[in-house]
Design a protein around this ligand. Structure first.
Ligand code: ADP
Length: 169
């Protein structure tokens, strides 16, 4: 039952027609590299204009905007922790990104969401460990939110795809 509402997708998160895609943003919410840059390029300037009104975001928290030119209706911007070796609260903060994003989606009555592997690019969180935290946090959240339809994990590269495949069985 647990994994029924969890799917794995190989590809680019900006192409997905879901209620919300999650952006692995930075504290400024004003754009950056990696998935953040790809989302802003695909969404167009309206996204940056709305982000400017948000006054940034704390690490481990999430904020929502509209999706502009994206197929997704909303973007949930969350700020993952920078990896400092694992003893600086990274796991707790990463878990909080997933929970906060899902809670926000639920508040907006959204039913489908897609996550990149948060923090595993420039922020340096080991992909396997981050994937495990992601799958655990999402599974636990879904267990207590039976009305939520689907969570998609998006693997942009082969390494992430293999990691999620193994974690999801
Ligand atoms: P962070 O700053 O949180 O580390 P990055 O954007 O550098 O964020 O990387 C996070 C993850 O997003 C990486 O695993 C990377 O492979 C993935 N990623 C990059 N571009 C895309 C994309 N267009 N769609 C989905 N995932 C992506």
């Amino acid at each position: 039952m647990k994994t029924k509402r969890i799917a794995l997708i190989r590809g680019d998160i900006t192409t997905l027609d879901v209620d919300a895609i999650v952006n692995a943003a930075n504290n400024s919410l004003l754009g950056g590299g990696g998935v953040d840059g790809a989302i802003h390029r695909a969404a167009g300037p309206g996204l940056l204009a709305e982000c400017r009104q948000l006054n940034g975001c704390n690490t481990g928290e999430a904020k929502i905007t509209r999706g502009y030119n994206l197929p997704a209706r909303f973007v949930i911007h969350t700020v993952g922790p920078v990896w400092h070796g694992g003893n600086s609260g990274e796991e707790h903060l990463l878990r909080s990104c997933y929970n906060g994003s899902l809670n926000l989606a639920h508040d907006y009555q959204l039913k489908t969401i897609a996550f990149p592997n948060i923090s595993t690019g420039v922020y340096g969180y080991p992909k396997q460990q981050a994937g495990r935290v992601a799958v655990e946090a999402v599974s636990e959240w879904l267990d207590v939110h039976p009305d939520f339809k689907q969570v998609n994990f998006v693997a942009f590269d082969e390494e992430n795809f293999t990691i999620y495949e193994e974690l999801l069985g």
